[in-house]
Design a protein. Structure first.
Length: 229
């Protein structure tokens, strides 16, 4: 009689089933690890992106506050009646206090600018035609980005008092330098000529503040009319 060994067949089937289950388990584990890795990478990138956004917002706020400080400094400069150099100031505007019409020029010497009305009438931002002084230097503005040709504010120096372009904060008023910024905030003052119905000159003050990097800039602008006695 012939006998059939069922045990060996069952054992082979069991081994095959175990191998298949092990292979499936390995695939599941690998997929699970891949998912965890993807989630981790996404979380890290999101965290870094959020941190970068926070830094940019902080940098922008620093630049804005620096610009506002320069705005107040420009007003103090126009209102200052002293012909002598003030404490902690780099330069003096001399006897012309407040600045006189003759002190303003189309080169913005010492930050004082004046242009014919036709300049403003024909100035076109989109094409860069007939640029106004407060425009970026890349579009023909007169800020003068050669900062080493201007009076130093941190530390305070009294050199380069005959310069062109933006006035570093405190140059004529002695206001303290802004700590931590890439470049000290600056201002330009444009004279709008007096007409018969105006009791005094009108000035347009434009300031630019910098953040922790020079790439971060904030520009503010205001019309200033000195108070009359």
């Amino acid at each position: 009689m012939c006998s059939i060994n069922h045990d060996s067949g069952l054992k082979a089937s069991a081994i095959t089933l175990v191998n298949r289950q092990s292979g499936i388990s390995l695939v599941i584990v690998m997929m699970f690890l891949l998912a965890i890795t993807g989630i981790t990478v996404w979380s890290v990138r999101k965290s870094m992106f959020g941190e970068g956004m926070a830094r940019n917002q902080l940098d922008q706020e620093v630049a804005r506050q620096a610009a506002e400080s320069a705005l107040r400094d420009a007003e103090r400069d126009l209102l200052n009646l002293s012909a002598s150099t003030l404490t902690n100031a780099s330069c003096t505007r001399g006897r012309d206090r407040p600045p006189q019409t003759a002190d303003f020029s189309d080169t913005c010497t010492n930050g004082l600018c004046v242009f014919d009305e036709t300049v403003y009438a024909t100035s076109t931002w989109s094409t860069g035609t007939v640029p106004e002084p407060w425009w970026p230097t890349g579009k023909g503005g007169l800020w003068n980005n050669s900062f080493d040709t201007k009076p130093g504010r941190d530390p305070v120096t009294t050199a380069n008092c005959n310069f062109t372009g933006g006035v570093p904060i405190g140059t004529y008023t002695g206001a303290a330098a802004i700590p931590g910024v890439a470049v000290q905030p600056e201002y330009l003052v444009e004279l709008f000529r007096r007409v018969t119905y105006q009791p005094t000159n009108v000035y347009r003050i434009t300031v630019r503040g910098f953040g922790y990097t020079q790439r971060t800039q904030v520009v503010l602008q205001t019309i200033f009319i000195p108070p009359q006695d």
